[in-house]
Write a protein that binds this ligand. Structure first.
Ligand code: PDD
Length: 288
């Protein structure tokens, strides 16, 4: 199946998709994005992603027809026909001669791509991942899912060069989130994660995990996690649409807890897998 691209209302072959050089996303990073995971051909937590897109658009004062984009996204998912995939959607403030101020009548430019994706490997689930901590040097509006990701890119690269999977940010001594994930710590049997604020992205996976954990009776603390407590954490986890939920077994070169994936991670992982099955493969549940 050839790779397709959705561009401003049309679905075209990848080789024919063109974005003008004066697109404000290219010039200024003046745009927002979403990443949705598709399992067995069906998008997971689709409504939540489009609600977040609506909020991001409102924050940057970008006029988007969310209902139309939602329908167009479903159409692209079906047309592209990849069972295990991600949908990437990017919306910018369109094309205009370079000037920082908004164009007088901006027309948003929207691009979507469906690409194949795979779940975290068995090795990653079995062995966990290593992370480093870094000072959170991003701006103060991290709740906007902005395409301005230069600090995140630099942090992730630093992690990769240190042989790690992710960089976990600390701001004013508190854990905020990862460069492309939300972060969690298990402290004295309670599951902690930073509360929603302008300093973190309100992750969809984070929202889903919080709901599942609460229903399952796990004690939750949506409170700032002091960085110094991470050294004594029983477990540290990261979550995102593409990584689902992963156990962090080493932080800054020191083992986390017992140095292997812990029971809270395992419980959350299975709760999430079940929620994915219920939403994207309901026939498997009904057949039982
Ligand atoms: N990143 N925090 C940041 C800074 C992120 O970039 C992401 C996701 C998350 C997790 O959000 P969610 O659970 O909605 O994926 C938290 C995506 C996957 C990316 O940039 O590719």
């Amino acid at each position: 199946m050839e790779q397709l691209v959705y561009l401003n209302g049309e679905i075209v072959p990848y080789s024919e998709a063109r974005i003008p050089v004066e697109d404000r996303g290219f010039l200024f990073g003046d745009g927002i994005y979403e990443v949705v995971r598709i399992y067995h051909g069906r998008p997971f937590a689709f409504d939540r992603h489009f609600e977040r897109l609506r909020r991001s658009a409102a924050e940057i004062r970008l006029d988007l027809d969310i209902e139309r984009l939602r329908a167009d996204a479903l159409d692209l998912i079906v047309r592209q026909g990849i069972e295990e995939a991600t949908l990437y959607l990017q919306a910018t403030r369109g094309v205009a001669i370079r000037n920082h101020a908004f164009p007088s009548e901006p027309v948003a430019s929207v691009m979507m791509l469906v690409r194949s994706a795979s779940a975290p490997s068995a090795a990653v689930l079995q062995n966990g991942v290593r992370c480093i901590t870094l000072p959170d040097d991003r701006w103060a509006r991290c709740s906007i899912k902005s395409i301005n990701l230069l600090p995140n890119v630099l942090a992730k690269q630093q992690a990769v060069e240190a042989g790690c999977y992710e960089a976990i940010y600390l701001r004013d001594g508190y854990m905020t989130e990862g460069s492309s994930s939300n972060s969690w710590a298990v402290l004295d049997g309670e599951l902690w994660t930073a509360p929603k604020s302008n300093y973190i992205l309100g992750g969809i996976t984070r929202d889903v995990l919080l709901e599942l954990a609460r229903q399952d009776g796990l004690p939750i603390r949506e409170e700032p996690v002091p960085g110094w407590r991470l050294a004594a954490a029983d477990e540290i986890l990261i979550s995102s649409t593409t990584s689902e939920v992963l156990p962090v077994v080493e932080l800054d070169g020191r083992p986390v807890g017992a140095g292997r994936p812990g029971p809270v991670w395992e419980r959350l992982y299975h709760l999430l897998q079940r929620a994915i099955t219920v939403e994207c493969r309901p026939e498997l549940i009904e057949a039982r």
